[in-house]
Ligand binder design. Structure first.
Ligand SMILES: NC(=O)c1ccc[n+]([C@@H]2O[C@H](COP(=O)([O-])OP(=O)(O)OC[C@H]3O[C@@H](n4cnc5c(N)ncnc54)[C@H](O)[C@@H]3O)[C@@H](O)[C@H]2O)c1
Ligand SMILES: [Zn+2]
Length: 665
C-alpha cells in the first residue's frame, strides 16, 4: 500500500478515536488497540520524515476544549505521557536518560490513576481555578464543578507558596461507580461504560449540583509554578500531602530500573485491591534539575514514562445465554460461563449488554469467548475465539419472548434494549416495581425488605404498590419468618410512608427515566400529581433538562389505566401527591427565566441558601458569566475576573441586599 495514504488513513482514524474518547467520552476501541495504532503511525512517520505534519496525532495531546465552558490558557503547558508496555521499552528509556544526565538517577514510582487530568490553581492558599487539560495549551474552566469534590481542599494548611498550580487526576472509585450504575439500570437507563469516561463526563456537566452527587475524588501528583522551592518529585508528593491534598500513599522512591520493575510487577497483581482504577505505573526521574536537563518532546516529558498494564483477559466456554428482566421490563442478556479465574475472582457470568452487541461480536452458545474485567464490576465478553468454533453452530437468535411471562418482546426505535411490555402482569416487573417503591431513596419503608415483597406478591397478597396500604397484620403473620414484632413494624413502616414528600413519591412511582433529580424538577414545576398527569409532551419538553425521552415516558406512564388507578388509590390512602403548603409558601415564580451567577462571600445568607432562594423562586443559577446571564450577585471578595467579564458583557451587577430585596416583592 502507498505509505503516504496509509499515514493519512491512520491519522484520520486516530483523530476520530481521540474525538470519541476525549469529547464524547465514548471510546470505540480499547486503549491498547489505540496505543498500538499510534505506535504504528509513529514508526511510519519516523521512517518517512517527508510526510511530517505538526497536526498529526503523534504530535499533539489528544484532548479538546468545548464551547460549554470558558476557555483558559495554561500558564504552564500540560503534557501527556509516553507509554511503554514492556520491560525492554523501559530499559531503552533508561539508556536514553543515561546519555543525557550524569550521576545517580532515582525514580519515583506512582500509580497511574485512570481518570481525567485537572490543573488546580491556588493563590494565597485558596483554590481559584480548576481547568481540564484540553489540548495541553488551553482547557475548560470547570472550577464550579471541581469545587464540589470533597477531596479538593478549598483552603490549604501549612507553608505553601503564594501561587502555584497543582495537577492531578479526577477519578471515580469503583464503589461509587457501581452504585451509580445500579441506580441507572434501576431506572431503565444504559449503565455507564467505565469509571474513567464517567469521571471525565462528570466534569463537563452543566449542573454542579449533579456533579456534587457523584462520589468523585481528586488525586494529586505534580506541582508547577515559579519559585516553588521544590527540588524533587518525591518532595512534590510530600509537600502536597502536607498542604491538605489527597496524594495516594502507594508512591515510592526507587534507586534502579530493577526496583522499578519490582514495583510494577507488584501492582500489576495487586491493583484490584485499590478502591479506584489504575491502568499502569508512572515512573518519573526524581531530581528536578535532571528533569530540566531531559526536557520534553512535542507531547510529553522525557523524564517520565507510563508503563501500562494490559487488561486482564481469559478465555472460557460460553454455556448458555439467558435473559434477565428488570423492573422497568428492560431485558439484559447474560452469558453463563464455565467458571474462570479473572483478576482475583471467579467469574461465572458476564454481561452481553444487548442484541446489537451479540450480533456485533457474533457470540453463540458453545463458543469459547474472551472475558475481560476492566473498571466494570460485571465482566464483559470482548470477543470470540473463532478457531474453536463448532462449524455446525448457528448465529444466536435473540429471545423473541419474555423468559418470565412469555409476552412478545418489543424494541423501541433508537433504543438498544428490548422490553417486555407486560408491565402489570410480568412477575419480576411487578416485584421490582414494588421493591423500588419501598426503597430507601423512594418511600423508605422500614420493616419491609425486598425479599418480603417477593413473598407478598407470590402469596397473592399484593399486586402493586397501592395494595401495600390495604395490608393487615393478620395477612402478613403467616408469611415465612414473620413474627409478631416484625409484622407490627411492617405495618407501621407502611403507615409512616404517608409522610414522605411528594417529590420522592413521584420518584417511587417508577416512571422510566424519572430519577431523583427529574422527579424533583417535575414536582417543583407542576406542584401536584394532577398537573403532571395532564401535562402534554410539549409542556414537559419545555422544561429545562427534560428531554423528549423523559417527556414521552411520563405521558406514556399516565396514559396507562392501571397506573392512573394506582395513583388515585394512593391519593385515597393519604400519600403526599402535592408539594406541602409549607414548601409552596416559600416558592414563587418571580425570578422565572432569570439566570444568576453568584460570587464572593455573603453576610446574610450562605451561598447555598442564596442558590436555593433563586431556584425556589423560579430562577436559575449558573457557574460562569455568559451573555445569557441576567444578574451577577456580588458578595465580598469577589473574583476580579468575574467582575471584569460581567462589566465587559454588560451584565447587571447587584449586591446581596439588592438580591434579597428582589425577593421581597
Ligand atoms: N480507546 C480510544 O479510542 C482512545 C482514544 C484516545 C486516547 N486513548 C487512551 O488515552 C491515552 C492517551 O491519553 P492521555 O494523553 O491522557 O495520556 P495517558 O492516559 O496515556 O497518560 C497521561 C495522563 O496520565 C495521567 N496520570 C495519571 N496518573 C498520573 C501520575 N501519577 N503522574 C502523572 N500523570 C498521571 C495524567 O492525566 C496524564 O495527562 C492513550 O494512550 C490511550 O490509551 C484511547
Ligand atoms: Zn415479561
Amino acid at each position: 500500500m502507498d505509505i503516504e495514504l496509509k499515514i493519512k488513513e491512520l491519522r484520520e482514524e486516530l483523530q476520530k478515536h481521540n474525538y470519541n474518547y476525549y469529547v464524547l467520552d465514548k471510546p470505540e476501541i480499547s486503549d491498547y488497540d489505540f496505543d498500538m495504532k499510534l505506535e504504528e503511525l509513529q514508526k511510519l512517520e519516523e521512517q518517512n520524515p517527508q510526510f511530517r505534519d505538526e497536526n498529526s496525532p503523534t504530535q499533539r495531546v489528544g484532548g479538546a476544549i468545548t464551547k460549554n465552558f470558558a476557555t483558559v490558557e495554561h500558564e504552564f503547558r500540560m503534557y501527556s505521557l509516553s507509554n511503554s508496555y514492556s520491560k525492554e521499552e523501559l530499559e531503552e528509556w533508561e539508556n536514553r536518560i543515561r546519555k543525557v544526565v550524569d550521576g545517580e538517577v532515582k525514580y519515583v514510582c506512582e500509580l497511574k490513576y485512570d481518570g481525567a487530568s485537572i490543573s488546580l490553581t491556588y493563590e494565597n492558599g485558596s483554590l481559584i481555578k480548576a481547568v481540564t487539560r484540553g489540548d495541553g495549551f488551553q482547557g475548560d474552566d470547570v472550577t464550579n464543578n471541581v469545587r464540589t469534590i470533597r477531596s479538593v481542599p478549598l483552603k490549604l494548611k501549612g507553608d505553601y507558596p503564594e501561587k502555584f498550580h497543582i495537577r492531578g487526576e479526577i477519578v471515580l472509585p469503583y464503589e461509587g461507580f457501581a452504585q451509580m450504575n445500579a441506580e441507572r439500570v434501576d431506572l431503565g437507563e444504559e449503565p455507564y461504560a467505565n469509571p474513567r469516561n464517567t469521571a471525565s463526563g462528570s466534569l463537563k456537566l452543566q449542573d454542579s449540583a449533579e456533579v456534587a452527587r457523584r462520589p468523585l475524588e481528586c488525586l494529586l501528583y505534580s506541582i508547577t509554578g515559579n519559585n516553588t522551592g521544590i527540588t524533587s518529585q518525591y518532595e512534590v508528593l510530600e509537600k502536597a500531602r502536607s498542604w491538605g491534598f489527597k496524594v495516594p500513599a502507594e508512591s515510592e522512591l526507587k534507586n534502579s530500573i530493577e526496583e522499578v520493575l519490582e514495583y510494577i510487577n507488584y501492582w500489576d497483581h495487586h491493583r484490584h485491591d485499590l478502591p479506584y482504577e489504575t491502568d499502569g505505573v508512572v515512573i518519573k526521574v526524581d531530581n528536578i534539575h535532571q528533569q530540566e536537563e531531559l526536557g520534553h518532546t512535542a507531547k510529553s516529558p522525557r523524564w517520565a514514562m507510563a508503563y501500562k498494564f494490559k487488561a486482564e483477559q481469559e478465555s472460557t466456554k460460553l454455556k448458555k445465554i439467558t435473559y434477565q428482566v428488570g423492573r422497568t421490563g428492560a431485558i439484559t442478556p447474560v452469558a453463563n460461563l464455565a467458571p474462570v479465574q479473572l483478576a482475583g475472582t471467579t467469574v461465572k457470568r458476564a454481561s452481553l449488554h444487548n442484541a446489537d452487541q451479540i450480533e456485533k461480536l457474533d457470540v453463540r452458545e458453545g463458543d469459547t469467548v474472551f472475558v475481560e474485567k476492566g473498571g466494570e464490576i460485571i465482566p464483559k465478553i470482548v470477543g470470540v475465539d473463532f478457531t474453536k468454533r463448532d462449524p455446525d453452530s448457528e448465529p444466536t437468535s435473540y429471545a423473541a419472548n419474555c423468559p418470565e411471562c412469555g409476552t412478545e418482546l418489543i424494541r423501541n426505535k433508537g433504543e438498544a434494549q428490548h422490553y417486555c411490555p407486560n408491565t402489570n402482569g410480568c412477575p419480576p416487573q411487578i416485584i421490582g416495581r414494588i421493591q423500588h417503591y419501598i426503597s430507601r431513596k423512594a418511600m423508605d419503608i422500614e420493616g419491609l425488605g425486598g425479599e418480603t415483597v417477593a413473598l407478598l406478591v407470590k402469596a397473592g397478597l399484593i399486586e402493586n404498590y397501592a395494595d401495600l396500604y390495604t395490608l393487615k397484620k393478620e395477612d402478613v403473620l403467616p408469611l415465612e419468618r414473620m413474627a409478631e414484632k416484625s409484622a407490627d413494624n411492617l405495618i407501621k413502616g407502611i403507615e409512616n410512608s404517608k409522610a414522605i414528600p411528594f417529590e420522592r413519591v413521584l420518584f417511587a412511582l417508577g416512571i422510566r427515566y424519572v430519577g431523583e433529580t427529574v422527579a424533583k424538577k417535575l414536582a417543583k414545576h407542576f406542584k401536584n400529581i394532577d398537573s403532571i398527569m395532564s401535562a402534554t409532551e410539549e409542556e414537559l419538553v419545555n422544561l429545562d433538562e427534560i428531554g423528549e425521552r423523559i417527556a414521552w415516558s411520563v405521558v406514556d406512564f399516565f396514559s396507562n389505566k392501571a397506573n392512573r388507578e394506582n395513583v388515585s388509590r394512593l391519593k385515597e390512602y393519604g400519600i403526599q401527591l402535592e408539594i406541602s403548603a409549607e414548601k409552596l409558601a416559600n416558592q414563587t415564580n418571580i425570578l422565572e427565566g432569570k439566570i444568576f451567577v453568584i460570587s464572593g462571600v455573603f453576610n446574610q445568607v450562605s451561598r447555598n441558601d442564596a442558590k436555593k432562594l433563586i431556584e425556589d423562586n423560579g430562577g436559575k443559577v449558573s457557574g460562569s458569566i455568559s451573555s445569557k446571564t441576567n444578574y451577577l450577585v456580588a458578595g465580598e471578595n469577589m473574583g476580579p475576573s468575574k467582575l471584569a467579564k460581567a462589566e465587559k458583557l454588560g451584565t447587571q451587577i447587584i449586591s446581596e441586599d439588592d438580591f434579597l430585596k428582589m425577593l421581597e416583592n
